[in-house]
Structures are given as structure tokens and as C-alpha cells.
Design a protein. Structure first.
Ligand code: SF4
Length: 356
């Protein structure tokens, strides 16, 4: 919302104008200013909501007799600016705009109403079942659009290793909402190529909220002072550098979007688009994608590839636990090679890891 000293150039109409005339004027207007002649007059809010609902995407400015208590309602109805005049108390408007965190009715801004958030907290299984039903037969983009729909009320984050196939999921997310939080577990053990790729790919896709999550410095000094725990106890190392930091990073997040696919490990067979995992919804848009389809997507979208894929690395994690594989070999054979371990633990949960 913009708090304006004076109105910009644009088409100006009183809120008493009939809807069909407002719609006709809006058709060619980049900026439409609705003028309120009394703060008790609700017609301006209705006009704004209907215009937005019917597809008006230009600027919509409120001018005239509006008061700070109406700030949030103006925004939720579809206005993106209010003319306050010179010397107005902008902070009073900002305060009122942020005064309430809950909404009771779904409107133009698609914020989740409070009953939806309560349903999510009380019956997450029902939400997961419903999402699986509603997206049945849909593709990755349909699954992501359902998960990222603000009306659903989820607070989502993408979990990405910025590894060999990560660009596919991230490109799909960026199409829908490049401001979606992306969590990268910066274990301190990544290849330099991965760090460079993370930066380049984020810029290329326009991702605006990539969060680098590091192990706790105190825990690292206590449990792995020489950075060699991976040799003696890889499960404990993953717990220190991935599982614990991720738990901290996901505070307040209720849906985690992953790039997991059925074909990757036996544990992932039968993977569904939405699942419930340790109290959070887990979203797997690529659950049924084959390796061939992923590679075709790279080509079709002209996505940059992780530099190590050219050297035979096809599943890329921390450098001590990642190797190149031969052509035709299973990509996951390059992870924790020679050990029974196949997962780092972030997809298994702390109980499955059985570490202290
Ligand atoms: S993948 Fe290897 S180095 Fe990375 S956290 Fe796990 S055990 Fe440690």
C-alpha cells in the first residue's frame, strides 16, 4: 500500500458512480482514483473489490474522506494507494493497516480467513486428503499452485539442495511466486560449485527469499570441532548440520515443498503429492517425474545445470559424502557410497534417525 501526499495523474471518479460506468472507465485506465465523499460510504470498497475480481490490474487509489481505521479494509478490497495529503500522520495509517493479523472473510487479497487457519491446525489430515483429491490427475504446477494459494492459508517454504535436479522445482516455484521462501541447508561441507550455482540460479530465476541455514556454532564446536564427524558417524553429522538447523528454520512454516521423486529410493515408492509429516504438510510436486522428464525440462526451459553434472555427479550433497557415478548407474549410488545410509535424515525425522 502506498501512502501518498497527492494523487497521481489518472481517471478520477466519485464513489457514487454506477458500477458499469466505473468499469468502462477502468478499461483503459492505468490509474483509477475513487473519491470518497464520506468515510461512512462503503460503495468505494465494493467498487474496488468488484473491479479487482473482474480483472482490473491497474493502480487503484482512494482519495477524499477516508480515515486510518479503514487502512486495512482499503488494502483488502483492492486499493494499492491512499491519498493522505500533506502533513498527515502516516504512522497512524501504517499502525491501523497492521493492527490485525486475522481475517474473517476471503476477499481480493486471498488472505486465508481465520476459520481456514483453525481448520489447518485442527484437522491437517483432512486438508492433506482434500489437496490430494483436488489435484488428482494434475501436474506439478497444479500441485504447487494449490500449495501456494494464499486462500489456503499455508505458510510454505521450499527445501532445496541446489543440487543436480533442483532447478526444475525452483523454476516451477519461480513461475508462480518467486518470493516463496527457499531454505538451503548450508552445512559448511558443500562443494564450492554448489555455492556458486545457488547464487547464479537464484539470480536467473529471480528468487527473492533464499534463506541460508547454518548449523549452530556452539553445537558444531562441541560435537564436531574438527569437521570430521562424517567419517565416524554420518547420521550424527547429518543431525548436527541438517536436521537440527532445519527444525529451527522451519519454525512458523507449515508446508515444506520438496523435490523428492518416487524413482529415487525404495522408501519413496508410492510418494503422494501431499503428505503429513511430523505435524507439517509436505508437498512433493515432482513425485512422479522420471529422470528423462527432468532432463527434458532442463532443455525446454534452458535451465543452467549444476557444474558438477558434467563430471558425472548426478545426486549432489556435501563433498565428503558425494561421488560421481558411472553412466547407467543409479544416481543415488553416489551418496554415502559404501554405507547403508541412503537419506540424510531431513525426510525421515528425528525419531527415525535414533541419534542423541
Ligand atoms: S551429508 Fe555428509 S558431510 Fe553432509 S551433513 Fe551428512 S554426513 Fe555430514
Amino acid at each position: 500500500m502506498q501512502w501518498l501526499e497527492r494523487a497521481p495523474e489518472g481517471v478520477r471518479l466519485p464513489v457514487t458512480t454506477p458500477l458499469d460506468e466505473v468499469e468502462t472507465a477502468a478499461r483503459d485506465a492505468g490509474v483509477l482514483i475513487l473519491e470518497f465523499d464520506a468515510f461512512r460510504d462503503g460503495r468505494g470498497f465494493s467498487l474496488a473489490a468488484v473491479l479487482r475480481e473482474r480483472g482490473y490490474r491497474g493502480r487503484l487509489i482512494a482519495d477524499g474522506r477516508v480515515i486510518p481505521d479503514q487502512a486495512r479494509h482499503l488494502r483488502r478490497s483492492g486499493f494499492d494507494g491512499v491519498v493522505l495529503g500533506a502533513g498527515a500522520d502516516v504512522n497512524a495509517w501504517r499502525r491501523m493497516d497492521a493492527a490485525f493479523s486475522a481475517t474473517y472473510q476471503p476477499v481480493e487479497d486471498r488472505a486465508a480467513p481465520i476459520w481456514r487457519r483453525r481448520e489447518l491446525a485442527r484437522k491437517p489430515e483432512a486438508i492433506v486428503d482434500r489437496l490430494n483429491r483436488e489435484t488428482r490427475g494434475g501436474d506439478a504446477e497444479d500441485i504447487l499452485r494449490a500449495a501456494l494459494d494464499p486462500a489456503l492459508g499455508l505458510k510454505p517454504a521450499v527445501l532445496s539442495s541446489f543440487g543436480a535436479e533442483a532447478a526444475v522445482l525452483l523454476s516451477l516455484v519461480a513461475r508462480i511466486d518467486p518470493s516463496t521462501p527457499v531454505v538451503f541447508l548450508d552445512t559448511g561441507m558443500h562443494f564450492l560449485q554448489t555455492l556458486a550455482y545457488r547464487k547464479a540460479l537464484s539470480e536467473r530465476l529471480g528468487l527473492t527469499d533464499v534463506r541460508l541455514v547454518t548449523p549452530d556454532a556452539g553445537e558444531r564446536a562441541d560435537l564436531d570441532p574438527r569437521d570430521d564427524l562424517w567419517r565416524a558417524d554420518p547420521d550424527a553429522c547429518c543431525d548436527l548440520r541438517k536436521v537440527r538447523p532445519l527444525e529451527r528454520a522451519l519454525a512458523g512454516i507449515d508446508a515444506v515443498i520438496t523435490g523428492r521423486k518416487e524413482h529415487q529410493t525404495p522408501d519413496r515408492l508410492g510418494l503422494r503429492p501431499f503428505e503429513l509429516f511430523e505435524g507439517r504438510i509436505r508437498v512433493n510436486p515432482l513425485h512422479d517425474w522420471s529422470e528423462e522428464r527432468l532432463q527434458a525440462w532442463f532443455d525446454a526451459e534452458d535451465l543452467p545445470r549444476h557444474p558438477l553434472t558434467a563430471q558425472g555427479y548426478r545426486s549432489i550433497g556435501c563433498w565428503p559424502c558425494t561421488e560421481a557415478v558411472e553412466v547407467g548407474e543409479d544416481a543415488r549410488l553416489g551418496r554415502w557410497s559404501g554405507a547403508a545410509k541412503t537419506e540424510c535424515g531431513i525426510h525421515l525425522g528425528r525419531r527415525a534417525l535414533a541419534v542423541g
